[in-house]
Design a protein around this ligand. Structure first.
Ligand code: B12
Ligand code: SF4
Length: 492
């Protein structure tokens, strides 16, 4: 059977894993990819430019020309509307079955199946479920039979029937390596910055994160975190290193260094067989002096750390993010002492957040001086617990929650949950946080912050400082995609 995946904006490890798994079972796969660099979640969001560089017509045409047996979309909440629009256009011209999988259908499968262009949804881990679906399509099974397959959802007489997910895949080493060429053939420079995961799942349960939704969905599971063996990870990297284009390894795990024992073993093999700079995410509460020095020894250039808010009231009570401010300071100091750069994430717009909370964060960053502060507007993802907080605090209405589930996420200020005045306030803090990560000398920072706050157009100046930070940190993803967009022969 032939399956065509459709995706946009970034490399997807999920699709790469599904593709290699299906290929190992004798199926054929193809990818249609929209770089989407001027829309959605990229650095430059411009309706005008995204209309000019729109490749939707080509995606629809190529999907039809490929004559697949199944078309598969990997769907997160922010691309749901785009996936629907492409799927609808394909359905108008062909009866080819369409399946939606990924984090959004996992959260709200019934709602996704309200759209007639979607024939099937798959919730949770997709490898075995997608294989089952293909085999049943090959055998022309009835929807009633398909409805019984674990993880699968289908419409029967107009109603959605969703089966519970099968247990998690425990032995991650049993999976074939991700089908990297699927994306590298499109955007060859993705290979320079090699995306890899060593785990699946996260042991924490922050209220704004899709892992929180997954934990509800997989409530029968005792252990969400699973880890590949060091040997298996090294084998994948070694195979890639031999191809000669890999320059940097990007560990995309929710948290990379949970265990000192695993990391110690990993670092000694990594140093001797791979020896490439890498970056990863760490949870502040898992950092120890030993972990920090092992990371450095292995070649870690920088770590990303979710701080999200330096107000403990917000972080612990609203975000359910573990770790006191004291622990954060200690972990950041340990990482810095080891000689690794730190990029921290900060979320604006938590329900009940006040200016005092923002001032607390500013003071914290003033003191701790992370190398980069990435600021995000809180986005409410379907079926996450933060939505309950927002409903209780009257910052979201049920109608807005319904719109979010339909994929109209935008950023918080687009959903109407943040008023004009608050947007202004957040823009000011965004500017200050960005500036702090650009200028570490206190006196210079004090000087420039006064000037920038005096100038009008804070959102514009904020973007400018943001871009300077991106250049300082050599953020290349945007340029990779830009280059691909102009290689018209490959797009999509
Ligand atoms: C690595 C990562 C990235 C990387 C790579 C992107 C990618 N698509 O893989 C980068 C940094 C580029 C990235 C960017 C973004 N990300 Co991101 N990312 C992740 C992260 C940490 C891991 C994803 C991963 O690789 N997992 C490993 C693979 C194997 O698992 P998987 O992708 O879930 O796929 C499995 C199943 O979901 C399923 N499946 C997936 N697709 C399909 C399709 C079909 C047909 C089927 C049957 C099954 C199926 O089967 C797969 C194999 O078992 C997740 C958090 C998480 N733990 O999931 C967030 C996450 C996916 N990202 C998220 C977001 C919001 C984004 C951005 C929009 C952020 C932004 N504002 O720019 C962009 C979107 C870019 C894009 N176009 O993809 C959110 C999505 C939330 C939501 N409900 O929509 C998540 C869940 C984090 C969160 N906040 O909760 N991200
Ligand atoms: S630690 Fe990170 S990945 Fe894990 S639940 Fe919290 S936000 Fe999500």
């Amino acid at each position: 059977m032939k399956i065509v995946f459709i995706y946009s904006g970034a490399e997807s490890l999920g699709i790469e894993y599904l593709s290699s798994f299906l290929k190992s079972k004798g199926h054929e796969t193809e990818l249609l990819f929209d770089p989407a660099i001027f829309s959605g979640d990229q650095v430059v969001n411009s309706r005008f430019l995204s209309r000019i560089f729109n490749v939707d017509d080509r995606i629809v045409q190529r999907a039809l020309d490929s004559r697949p047996d199944l078309i598969a979309f990997s769907v997160y909440t922010g691309n749901f509307r785009w996936c629907l629009s492409i799927a609808e256009r394909i359905k108008q011209r062909s009866a080819v079955p369409i399946v939606f999988g990924g984090v959004h259908p996992t959260a709200v499968p019934e709602r996704v199946l309200l759209h007639n262009c979607v024939d099937f949804v798959i919730i949770g881990e997709g490898e075995y479920a997608l294989l089952d679906l293909l085999e049943h399509l090959k055998a022309s099974s009835q929807p009633e039979q398909i409805a019984k397959l674990p993880n699968l959802g289908v419409r029967i007489n107009g109603s959605a029937c969703i089966a519970a997910p099968r247990p998690y895949i425990q032995d991650l080493d049993s999976l074939p390596f991700p089908d990297k060429d699927l994306f590298f053939q499109k955007v060859s420079s993705f290979e320079n910055n090699y995306l890899i995961t060593t785990t699946r799942g996260c042991p924490f349960d922050c209220t704004y994160c899709s892992n929180n939704m997954l934990h509800h969905r997989y409530d029968h599971e005792k252990r969400h975190l699973r880890q590949r063996s060091v040997e298996n990870v090294i084998e994948e990297l070694f195979w890639m290193k031999k191809r000669g284009r890999m320059k940097l390894v990007a560990f995309a795990d929710d948290g990379f260094a949970y265990s000192e024992k695993w990391l110690g073993n990993f670092v000694s093999q990594y140093k001797s067989k791979i020896d490439m700079p890498f970056y990863c995410s760490v949870h502040p509460s898992t950092v120890t002096r030993e972990i920090a020095s092992l990371l450095k020894k292995g070649g870690c250039r920088f770590v990303t750390m979710g701080i999200e808010s330096c107000s403990e009231r917000i972080r612990l009570n609203i975000f359910n993010r573990k770790g006191s401010n004291e622990k954060l300071i200690e972990s950041m100091a340990q990482i810095k002492e080891a000689g690794i750069r730190i990029s921290v994430d900060n979320i604006f717009g938590a329900p009940t957040e006040t200016q005092a909370d923002l001032d607390e964060s500013l003071a914290f960053y003033y003191r701790t001086k992370p190398d980069r502060i990435l600021t995000f507007w809180l986005t409410y993802y379907p079926k996450t617990d933060i939505i309950k907080h927002a409903l209780e605090a009257n910052v979201l209405s049920q109608a807005e929650v319904d719109r979010i589930e339909e994929g109209y996420v935008g950023f918080a200020h687009d959903t109407g949950s943040i008023t004009g005045e608050k947007v202004k306030l957040y823009s000011k803090y965004q500017l200050l946080f960005q500036l702090r990560s650009l200028i570490h000398t206190d006196r210079l920072y004090d000087f420039f912050s006064k000037i920038l706050l005096f100038l009008p157009f804070k959102r514009f100046t904020g973007k400018l400082v943001l871009s300077m930070n991106a250049i300082k940190n050599r953020d290349l993803r945007f340029f990779y995609l830009l280059r691909y967009l102009f290689e018209k022969k490959n797009t999509p």
